[in-house]
Design a protein around this ligand. Structure first.
Ligand code: CA
Length: 187
């Protein structure tokens, strides 16, 4: 009798243990997905395929790509220069492929309809100075590597990636000979 009880107890223990194990497995399997779902707010990315190759834009022009408004703005040498232009090329200067935007003494301003937590882009810097403005702070220099609040790779003549983490209230990037591509706006 005692032996039967012990066997029954062991069996009950076994099922309990199995239930706990299964529960743990389900929890572990579900947790990463839930965490990912909570943090994975898909960015809106612009690869410039939406603009015709070799089309040109000057200061004051605007266009909309994937729901994001863009404005071509002036460029600070200094002083401010309002006679610059941009065009859509496909030379791979930003280190990516397909269409890209070439900034020639002009800046591209992002006008997002939603709150922005981060902006990332591919770029190639081929001469002169560059502008990077976010949240009212204006950088006027050359290399984007080492700017406070900015994560960047790349160098003169070496394409790289750039990320500005927010919240971001305003943003533009400009250059004298600067190619940009794959600009992503994170909600
Ligand atoms: Ca592209």
């Amino acid at each position: 009798m005692l032996h039967v009880q012990r066997v029954l107890f062991s069996a009950r223990k076994f099922w309990l243990l199995l239930a706990i194990l299964l529960g743990l497995m389900v929890f572990l399997a579900a947790s990463p997905a839930q965490v990912e779902q909570a943090s994975a707010q898909a960015p809106i990315c612009v690869n410039f395929q939406g603009l015709p190759l070799w089309s040109s834009y000057v200061v004051g022009d605007t266009f909309t790509l994937n729901g994001i408004d863009f404005h071509i703005e002036g460029f600070e040498w200094p002083p401010w220069f309002m006679g610059g232009s941009t065009y859509i090329g496909n030379g791979g200067y930003a280190g990516s492929w397909g269409n890209e935007m070439w900034l020639n003494n002009a800046s591209l301003m992002v006008d997002s309809p939603m709150p922005v937590s981060k902006i990332t882009l591919d770029y190639g810097w081929y001469g002169g100075n560059t502008n990077l403005m976010y949240n009212g702070f204006l950088y006027n220099g050359g290399n984007f590597v080492g700017i406070p609040g900015v994560t960047a790779t790349g160098a003169y003549n070496v394409p790289g990636q750039l990320a500005v983490t927010g919240p971001i209230f305003d943003f533009f990037i400009g250059g004298q000979e600067l190619a940009i591509d794959n600009l992503c706006v994170y909600p």
